[in-house]
Design a protein around this ligand. Structure first.
Ligand code: ZN
Length: 227
């Protein structure tokens, strides 16, 4: 699997022959590289929650590319009802959507979720993507919580964890270091930092707090890691 950071909490994941966008906040994202703002191909979009910095360009991209959209159930209902999106899958936490062998499982996340009109959009989630014998955990926006160890590590055995570290709206480096320990991962891709001044956490601060055997991937927007 090839994971490309598009700035903030937005990623492209090439897995199982599919081009997947996670939380595609491209236009309006000050850290999204210009050449990534208009994707040529989108097969699947998976969204953790409805906040604008995660829902991003989902509606436009879905209408343009006719891709499958995976979203927590209330957000999925709103996308279908209000925005008339087709091809929407609506799991809830613990549920798995299998698209030709690429499996998307929604996990818990401790955060909030509303649209720009402050309408309730269900609970926020994390997403585990499993394909090609590998597992990657996108925590979404959250603090650290114990089930990262008792549930997510135990069941989904992520090879890589994608964790927010910016602080203020999500966990910062201190909590993220505990998340790494609970998850038992040896590779972390940090995100949700540096986009706006209030998101002060840094990969260096995380690297200082995790064990020496853990690799913190300090990639720039537009760069990729292989999973
Ligand atoms: Zn966010």
């Amino acid at each position: 699997m090839e994971l490309t950071w598009l700035g903030h909490s937005s990623f492209r994941l090439d897995a199982g022959g599919k081009r997947i966008y996670i939380d595609p906040f491209l236009n309006g994202n000050p850290k999204c590289p210009e050449n990534e703002q208009t994707p040529e191909r989108v097969d699947v979009i998976a969204i953790t929650h409805a906040h604008g910095d995660h829902l991003g360009d989902t509606v436009d991209l879905s209408k343009q590319h006719g891709c499958t959209v995976i979203a927590p159930v209330e957000l999925a209902d709103w996308l279908q009802g209000k925005h008339k999106l087709e091809n929407v899958r609506d799991p809830n936490k613990g549920g798995t959507v299998d698209l030709d062998g690429v499996r998307f499982t929604l996990t818990d996340a401790n955060h909030s979720s509303s649209n720009n009109d402050l309408e309730y959009m269900g609970e926020p989630c994390g997403i585990v993507v499993r394909a090609e014998g590998k597992s990657v955990y996108f925590a979404g926006d959250t603090n650290v919580f114990g089930d990262m160890g008792t549930v997510i590590a135990r069941l989904y055995k992520p090879d890589v964890a994608v964790l927010p570290i910016g602080d203020n709206y999500t966990m910062g480096p201190e909590e993220a270091a505990l998340a790494v320990e609970l998850l038992g991962v040896k590779r972390v891709v940090p995100c949700h930092y540096g986009t706006f001044p209030v998101l002060t956490g840094t990969p260096d601060a995380l690297a200082e707090k995790v064990g020496g055997d853990v690799k913190v991937e300090k990639i720039a927007p537009g760069e990729s890691v292989t999973i």
